[in-house]
Design a protein around this ligand. Sequence first.
Ligand SMILES: C[S@@+](CC[C@H](N)C(=O)[O-])C[C@H]1O[C@@H](n2cnc3c(N)ncnc32)[C@H](O)[C@@H]1O
Length: 290
Amino acid sequence: MTTAEFDPVSFKQTQRANWNAISEGWLSCSADFESGGAPVTARLLELAGVRRGHRVLDVGTGTGEPALSAAAVVGATGAVTGIDLAPDMIDRARDRGRGMGNIEFAVGDVESLDFPAASFDVVLSRWGLMFAVDRVETFRTLARVLVPGGLLAAAVWAVPGSAAPMMSLGFQTIAERLELPPAPPGAPGPFSMGDPEAVAAELAKAGFGEVEVTAFQVPFVLESPQRFIEFNKVVIPPGLKTMLRERFGSADDPETWAAVGAAVEPYRTSEGAVALPSKALLLRAVAPIG
Ligand SMILES: C[S@@+](CC[C@H](N)C(=O)[O-])C[C@H]1O[C@@H](n2cnc3c(N)ncnc32)[C@H](O)[C@@H]1O
């Protein structure tokens, strides 16, 4: 197997197209995803000390978390802004936030934010930062939009990918069926920030202080292997579906999806549900004072 070349421009275009394409599917699975996501959101709000009156930025907000949860905490005297690269994600987040007076959503790239300096007391991100191409520059940008001493709290996936089966098992099974080459080393992607020392060093290089990286077991539970299959069917990128079609005649190729279901059999609970505890890293860092 050869390793594919990494092209940052086409990467970003593909990211936007992929996340647009799966935005509806992502929302349709939110009850399943929040079985693990909600405890992470609660911990991020706690790590960042989000409170009434705070101005909060959520980067890579997707369909609106943790922005919507932060809005409930900051109240009418606070304000939350959620940004995402994918306009279709933002449309769905806006629908969910309609009627809340203290939240707005905008299309934006975390790598080129144009907010004035010191616009926010807190920056949050739940599984959004790993897709940035230049992480140190991204962290510098986040430090700039934070007030001096402001807090960054973010969740990323730990490595190896097998530590986070909710995110890796489906993709890995499909990638094996398609005999895909491994991602280029160092390329942005779900598991690109899984090395705690490297991430802490990057945050420090960007000027953040008091950097803490802690492990968090995300308690995903799905009602059945079938539900895991349905989750993967709606969140895999369109390019993979095209490859399945080309290789096996259909994106619904029964053998592929049976293999995805079989992959979670070892995770069955005695009640028949599927428990997929997945390891995240939670980052907490303080923006430079001077
Ligand atoms: C795994 S989803 C997480 C969504 C949401 N925070 C959640 O936890 O449900 C990652 C999100 O990051 C967004 N994203 C990827 N690259 C981005 C970038 N450079 N700037 C802003 N958002 C980006 C994607 O469009 C996607 O909505």
